[in-house]
Design a protein around this ligand. Structure first.
Ligand SMILES: Cc1cc2nc3c(=O)[nH]c(=O)nc-3n(C[C@H](O)[C@H](O)[C@H](O)COP(=O)(O)O)c2cc1C
Length: 415
């Protein structure tokens, strides 16, 4: 565990996590699809927008409120923890630790189907808002059974992820032999043994596996077997017709995650969907695809006011959150950023991540002339200014800058 109070931004947490977590898990978290163009533009395109400063507006101390409502509940921050597969491999009981940090910060957690802790374990571990991320499997009975388990665990909202019908090449994983194999390679074993503290924590309660798969022994016993078999079960032939199937079987809220196109957003609204997540899976699927901050205004224009529009991708700064909200997002999902916190310091690290983002948002919001998120949302895009130099300077922002490694090979994280 690192001393996360020494982290001053998400990049610091990322560096700490990269030292604590075996390489194949860290690379799996960090990386994107193919040339990682989308992953990089998710970050870089935030620079298109500047926050407009307003002075002498008489902001009173202690009146700032970052609270906001989403999916029918009031939350203390306009954020949610995104579903991240294998989060529990970045810290023991990772999903539970993250959920507890989310509860304390007053935000919701979206639990991945591919979590290490089962949905039942996470639901029992905290009293905060918990949503479940669902995949539609070819064996519909499996999806139905997961819905039933959510119901029993009192989860009322599901996020149906629709942007993973096919598995693109993620070069970092290919090199590490991760996700394609059903057993641990010698390289992975070495990388785990190089992190004895991680081994002690993660393996203390036996070999980890995909918690949500435990009731289905036919999917295999080990983490890697289950991950491969479950991944193969995702229904690539899913179509809009299947959304009705889900609606008939789920009385709670349904959010579609992975919308990147205005027409698709309209179709989701026509199907009576409660919310969408404008997402490209953190640049891990179609590459190159539009960055989410770039496509967000188009989607807001198409369906804004008719459904809730959440967004994720590349959020590493409080200002990023403010930009997304000004452009019409109800709230944003935090992805890699909180897992860096988890890898750096477990629950404390996730709490630090949220504290850093909120700590940046508060003064920025005030300097923009607002006390509340509601005021920012009411001002909308008028609260921002398009940077006339965007795209000309070649600057990609300060976080997660990437550069070719010395051998001229694949891009590697700058640590
Ligand atoms: C390691 C990793 C695993 C992920 N696993 C899932 C998943 O199981 N289900 C899902 O819907 N999205 C998954 N995502 C996508 C995230 O929910 C989210 O869309 C993305 O991380 C946002 O981008 P950011 O990481 O730049 O914030 C995953 C992302 C990462 C980085």
């Amino acid at each position: 565990m690192s001393n996360v109070s020494r982290a001053w931004n998400i990049d610091d947490l990322r560096r700490m996590a990269s030292r604590n977590v075996p390489k194949h898990f860290f690379d799996y978290l960090y990386g994107g699809a193919n040339s990682e163009t989308t992953m990089q533009s998710n970050r870089a395109d935030f620079a298109r927008w500047d926050l407009k400063q307003k002075v002498l507006v008489g902001i009173q101390d202690n009146t700032t409120d970052l609270g906001t409502g989403y999916l029918g509940e009031q939350h203390k921050l306009p954020m949610l923890l995104a579903p991240i597969g294998f989060a529990g491999m970045h810290h023991h009981h990772g999903e539970i630790a993250a959920g507890r940090a989310a509860e304390k910060a007053g935000i919701a957690q979206v639990l991945s189907t591919f979590s290490i802790a089962s949905l039942e374990e996470v639901a029992q571990s905290h009293r905060g808002s918990l949503y479940f991320q669902l995949y539609m499997f070819r064996k519909r009975e499996l999806t139905e059974h997961m819905l039933e388990r959510c119901r029993r665990a009192k989860i009322g909202t599901i996020f149906l992820t629709v942007d993973t019908p096919f598995a693109p090449v993620r070069e970092r994983d290919e090199r590490n032999g991760f996700r394609a194999r059903t057993s641990v390679s010698p390289g992975m074993l070495v990388s785990m043994l190089r992190h004895p503290l991680w081994c002690l924590g993660t393996l203390a309660n036996g070999m980890p596996n995909v918690g949500n798969c435990r009731p289905y022994p036919e999917l295999g016993k080990s983490l890697m077997e289950q991950a491969v078999n479950l991944g193969r079960m995702i229904d690539a032939s899913l179509s809009w017709n299947d959304i009705g199937w889900l609606r008939d079987r789920w009385e709670g809220k349904i959010v579609i995650k992975g919308i990147l196109d205005a027409d698709d957003a309209r179709r989701a609204v026509d199907q009576g969907i409660d919310g969408i997540v404008v997402s490209n899976h953190g640049g891990r699927q179609l590459d190159p695809a539009p960055s989410t901050i770039d496509i967000l205004p188009e989607i807001v224009q198409a369906v804004g006011g008719r459904t809730e529009i959440l967004m994720d991708g590349g959020i590493r700064r409080g200002a990023d959150v403010l930009k997304a909200l000004a452009l019409g997002a109800t709230a944003v999902l935090i992805g890699r950023a909180y897992i860096y916190g988890l890898g750096a310091g477990g629950e404390k690290g996730v709490a630090r991540c949220l504290e850093l983002l909120a700590g940046e948002m508060r003064p920025a919001l005030n300097m923009m002339g607002f006390h509340t998120i509601a005021e920012l949302k009411a001002a909308g895009a008028d609260a921002l200014r398009q940077n006339p130099w965007f795209g000309r300077s070649g600057e990609a922002g300060d976080q997660e800058t990437v550069r070719p490694n010395r051998r001229g090979g694949p891009l590697t994280a700058v640590n």
